[in-house]
Write a protein that binds this ligand. Sequence first.
Ligand SMILES: [Zn+2]
Length: 176
Amino acid sequence: MTQANRTNPKTRPAIFFDRDGVLNQDHDYVHKIVDFHWIEGAIEAIRCCNELDYFVFVVTNQSGVGRGYYTEQDVHIIHTYMQDELKHHGAHIDAIRYCPHHRDAIHAEYKIECHCRKPKPGMIKDILSSWPVEISKSVLVGDKPTDLEAAKRGGIRSLLYEGGDLSVLLKNNGYL
Ligand SMILES: [Zn+2]
């Protein structure tokens, strides 16, 4: 057995962010870079999280995929763009999970009662099972009741974002 196998990975707290309405302005089914506009303080908030050694995760419902408004490829393009933008500012997201499903989806492959669409906690639980997260010190930042419910069901705290500078919200609540 190697040393790495004997040593538990060091756990770190995580900040989970909803995407639309928290990291970028929510213009209904944002799926083009031209429509992607960062929320005030979002890049700063992520960079501070990185510097403080938090994991940074994004968990986002993207039922627009299932509804046929855009494709998973479009989602990946947006997420690559976000990571590129963050990189220019010395910041990064550790992992992004999205849910493309919806019960009214027009594509059969997405027309399922999945376990990942918030308020279900599937995306959070998936990340918690894959990363060494210090759950008791972690929080999800969301702008909708479904975000807060998903956090609760995933066993982590939540913080409601209601506009303004995102980094200030995290600072005022003692996370940064
Ligand atoms: Zn899903």
